[in-house]
Design a protein around this ligand. Sequence first.
Ligand code: HEC
Length: 457
Amino acid sequence: MQATADLTMFFGRFHPLFIHLPIGLLVFAILMELLQFFKPRESFAKTISLVWLAAAISSIFSATAGYFLSLGGGYEESTLNLHKISGITLAVIATCCYLLTAFPLPFFIKVSRMIRTILILSISVLLILTGHWGGSLTHGSNYLMEFAPIAGSGSQKNQATHTKISGLDSADIFNDAVMPILQSKCVSCHNKEKKKGGLLLTSYEEILTGGKSREGVIPGNTATSEIFRRITLPKEHKEFMPSDGKIPLTESQIAILEFWIETGAHRNMTVANLKPNKKIENIFGDFFQLGRAAILSYSAKPASKKDLAALIQEGFQVFAINESNNLLEVKFIGPSATKPDLSVLESVKDQLVWLQLSNCGITDEDLKIIGNLPNLFKLNLNQNKITDKGIPAITGLNKLELLNLYGTAITDSSINSLQNLTSLKKLYVWETAVDTTRMETMSKSKKGLEIVYKLVP
Ligand code: HEC
């Protein structure tokens, strides 16, 4: 039984690879039909019929492989059904087209022609729809937003829980961190309907109990916890989870699960109670997006299409922070031959909350423009030729929470001016001329501001 299951999965995995062949052949057949329509040639008919035959066979093969792949589960049900139905219909219509070209109805040339035209039109529409649904299945309709800076590591649902949390003393390790991680990466295959490997991951008890072969989690012991073993295997390993090339856990997500298991896999316990060290604390801070509540509570009028086009024209990448508040992240990352013209940023200064200008030739002079972008929460200026002379120009950015100046030419004197940034929570100054021993005492004394002055914490 297992062997046949493996074989069908093996065959199924050819679907994403093989699918390009019928698409190409179908498009080719349609083009040839068009040509034949406008410039009919007797000798062409045989070739067209052959192309339809190849398109039909490859469509049937791809649809079958797709069907086997779908048996592996883990796909969003309603999209999968649409994709499946349209894919099978495509294979059927392609077959009909072949039959009609190879064996034309002898007495009804006109009718036969009409049927073919209709079929060809429907193939064109179905190709687009099937492709679109297939794309959402492999990438997910949330594909683009998943790695958006504010959307963080979870789906929309988890995002809501993230924003509720105001600090690590109110964050429950299992309910607010572990469960949302498993939900976003594992539950699609380990739920009441699917239950792959006999494993359910929808409640605390089920997670500990595990599947048919082993217990899921042994509190206090990552080495013997099957769930932890599966997520930390090499990605090519056949037991690696999530399986089937689904998006793996991020390093932070793995670190959170590791911390949870090692500290006893508690069901109800705040993160703060578990006394995380600085590194783990930061990981949780990022995970819960602490401090980002301020950004999320704020919104702006949408930027005009013209202004956005000007930014893109200048070589900036522009991202939406989320779907509703119109705020923007703008990125220009070097090294590049020409420095961007920063004056275009002026027109989106209401919307611009995160500006990334790493290693792209920014100078002290440019900081004057940046100092006039009052809504910046995050600013990355690392690896640029910035000195103490330029820094005072940005000390009026009173919303700024994160400032990255690593790899610049600043010294202690800049640190003094930066004290004026009252909202600042995180400052990166490693690989600069600042005095590290002084930073050490400062970061201890100044509560609320974390200064990262060397790479290894
Ligand atoms: C695409 C579907 C899919 C996803 C997503 C997925 N799994 Fe699985 N999982 C399977 C299948 C299929 C098996 C059974 C085959 C095997 O044991 O490798 C399995 C088995 C397991 C087992 C072994 C159960 C046992 O006792 O035999 C564990 C543990 C597991 N998965 C954990 C996870 C975790 C943790 C995640 C999320 C990071 C995850 N899985 C995501 C499909 C999936």
